[in-house]
Design a protein. Structure first.
Length: 210
């Protein structure tokens, strides 16, 4: 009888211990959705300084974090040429670049060494450094008035891409989104600098450096 009681108690204690052991928690892996990489196309119109374009492309990529990009060289769009003063209409070039965007690029960044213009201040062919849709996905920068200065060309390209991303002109004159107002492009810092206010507006998933 004692043996039976001992066996019953032993069995109860063993099964009780087994049933009281908690099951390990199942870990659910949370996969964070990565932001879609922005596809960028650089379009060099006509004969551009290869060292200049290489520099501008590399620095623009670094500033905006572009890592899915390609480039191509195309001829000058004759339909955008203005015979008034031998300039190319920036608006016409933007339309030309838009037609090239057959692969749904987020940004099509044009670069040209010819003088470009747009209607402004009552002048049909007002000379400018660059132009970009705001917001939009196409922009053009000319190195002609910038005398192929590497840093000034870079600043204008970043400025026009900023317009594409929806940034208006900035009242902070040191910010690269400031309006040149027909004057010279000013370089205030060693590397391109964008104010905190513009940074706060621009991102939505993509950080800028500098």
């Amino acid at each position: 009888m004692k043996n039976k009681i001992f066996f019953f108690l032993s069995f109860f204690l063993i099964t009780g211990c087994v049933s009281s052991v908690s099951k390990p928690a199942v870990k659910t892996q949370v996969v964070q959705k990565q932001p879609e990489k922005e596809k960028v196309l650089y379009v060099f119109l006509g004969k551009c300084n290869p060292e200049l374009t290489k520099y501008v492309m590399a620095q623009t990529n670094a500033f905006y974090g572009f890592d899915n990009y390609s480039d191509t060289t195309v001829g000058l769009p004759s339909e955008a040429y203005s015979s008034l003063r031998g300039r190319y209409k920036a608006d016409g070039i933007l339309g030309y670049l838009q037609n090239l965007n057959t692969n749904n690029y987020k940004h099509v960044i044009g670069f040209i060494n010819k003088d470009i213009c747009t209607p402004k201040n009552g002048i049909a062919d007002y000379g400018i450094y660059g132009l970009g849709t705001c917001p939009g996905n196409v922009c053009i920068t000319s190195s002609f008035r910038l005398k192929e200065n590497f840093d000034k060309c870079l600043q204008v390209v970043i400025h026009e891409v900023g317009h594409n991303k929806g940034l208006p002109h900035c009242p902070n004159e040191r910010c690269l989104m400031a309006d040149a107002k027909g004057g010279a492009v000013k370089i205030y810092t060693k590397s391109p600098w964008m104010c905190d206010s513009c940074r706060a507006k621009i991102n939505k998933g993509r950080m800028v450096s500098g």
